[in-house]
Write a protein that binds this ligand. Structure first.
Ligand SMILES: [Zn+2]
Length: 256
């Protein structure tokens, strides 16, 4: 399949949703902003050009006043808590985790509460009480206690599972982390979007009941190659003006 053909499939899928009088909710989560950079400027300018809201997952400990100044006054941005320091506490034999079961719950929760307070102070206009665990991993035993630290929503990667705290996940990752460490093939990313659309929209062709949920796109502006920027440009061009697509703000997702 050519790249153009895969985008045509996405347009046809959205057209099918529209024919049924429905809309599908998309959202964009971009991780790891701590300071203003050329890559962040590029992301903000791209989303602004297409009026797409963006949710930034910001590690509180290294987040800078300069980032707060850069975002001040901008609309359609949500700032969420990306762990505390984005520091690994797992041994080398395990996958990286900051919020795993390697430290006492009280220690982790105190850090997270500190993260809520720090980001609420730095980004008063944009803060939303969503936790985005670094590396998308968290000790399941912590979930029920996240409201104590100030959170109302958790966001990791993959289909939402049953959880003691509401989940608004990302489902489509643009990066090829284990291969080129650049952009995945565009047709594969679009295929993931179509698969998720089928999950949240039921049988689109048959106009069956909508299952609910969002299509969450995950990006990491600091490591994007040109192919990622091209992908996002095309994605926003295809979707942002389509009547069947609604790009949601973080505050719409968290109910705050
Ligand atoms: Zn991260």
């Amino acid at each position: 399949m050519t790249a153009d053909a895969c985008w045509q499939l996405l347009v046809e899928a959205l057209d099918g949703v529209h024919v049924c009088g429905r809309r599908i909710d998309f959202w964009l989560r971009d991780d790891d902003a701590i300071e203003p950079t050329a890559a962040l400027d590029r992301l903000l300018s791209l989303v602004n050009a297409h009026a797409v809201p963006v949710t930034l997952a910001v590690p509180p400990e290294p987040a800078t006043q300069a980032l707060a100044r850069r975002l001040a006054g901008l609309g359609d941005i949500g700032v969420t808590v990306h762990g505390w320091a984005h520091r690994n506490h797992a041994p080398p034999t395990e996958k990286k985790q900051e919020l795993g079961g390697h430290r006492p719950q009280e220690v982790v929760l105190a850090e997270l509460q500190g993260g809520v307070e720090r980001l609420r102070t730095l980004f008063p206009e944009h803060f939303v009480p969503m936790l985005v665990p670094p590396w998308n991993r968290i000790d399941p035993a912590l979930l029920a206690r996240l409201p104590e630290a100030g959170f109302s929503v958790l966001s990791v990667f993959g289909p939402e599972k049953r959880s003691p705290i509401p989940l608004v996940n990302t489902h489509v990752d643009v990066m090829d982390w284990h291969g080129t460490r650049g952009c995945r093939e565009h047709r594969l990313i679009v295929a993931d979007i179509l698969a998720r659309m089928r999950q949240v929209g039921g049988d689109i062709a048959g106009c069956e009941d909508q299952a609910g949920g969002t299509v969450g796109i995950l990006t990491h502006h600091l490591v994007h190659d040109e192919a990622v920027w091209d992908f996002l440009e095309t994605l926003f061009t295809v979707t942002a003006g389509h009547p069947a697509c609604r790009w949601r703000k973080t505050s719409d997702l968290t109910g705050r």
